[in-house]
Each structure stands twice: as C-alpha cells, then as structure tokens.
Design a protein around this ligand. Sequence first.
Ligand SMILES: [Zn+2]
Length: 145
Amino acid sequence: MITLSADREEAIRREGERAYPNECCGIILGSIAEDGTSDNGRVVADILPIENAREAGEQYHRFRIEPEDLMKAELAARKRKLDVLGFYHSHPDHPAKPSDYDKEHALPYYSYIITAVEKGKAGDFTSWELKTDRSEFLQEHIKRL
Ligand SMILES: [Zn+2]
C-alpha cells in the first residue's frame, strides 16, 4: 500500500499532461513503516520530476532515468531523512498498466506509479510493484489522504 496526498497525485497528473504526447517521469520520495513490510505504510512525502533521458523520438512510449539523477535523489532523500520509494511516469494514450518495457527495466521493492494521459488529459492513476521473482507486476493499493 502506498499513501499519497491529493496534491502530490495532482502534481504527477499535471506532469503527465505537460509532457504529453511524451512520457513524463520522476522519483518518489517518502518513508516506509518501521516493520519494513512493503504492504504496510509507504508514505509519499515528495516527488522529484526528472527529465526523460530517452532520445526524443522514443519519449512517447519510453522513459529513462539516468543513474546520476537517481543518485542525486538518494542524496536529497537522505538529507531529509526520507527514502526513494519508487518512480512515476505517464502513459500517453495508453492504459495505466506497466508495459513489457516497464517490466524489463523495473526492480522489485520499488513502487511504480503510472498515470494514463488520454488526449492530453490525465486519466487512470495506478501504482505497481514487481514481484521478487520479476515474473509480473502486482497492483498496489493507493490510499488517498
Ligand atoms: Zn510505462
């Protein structure tokens, strides 16, 4: 389960609309409940929009976050006593479900938030977690604050 305030969700939706017809992407910062179980209390504290590092012609259906950007996010998180909880990106004119490409490039443990953007307007909003054996994504419940 991941807990998200309405304004953070709104911020991700707006990012998706701004990037349309390309994919937006970014990093999710927050905290994890002390008992460490992934289904128990991930709370989003902030989002960091990242420039999509894919070549321009691929950005309509792919995103990439460079290792340096992830490292900067890790340092920013640590300073604020937060963790990198995962990533968000948009699916322009596609359902808010992870693609095969997303699965190949994902890692277990992280949350992957996807917002669909239909004709420039943000639609379905979902979160996913890759199974530890990498066989499939499981949808993660989003608790709205
Ligand atoms: Zn995707």
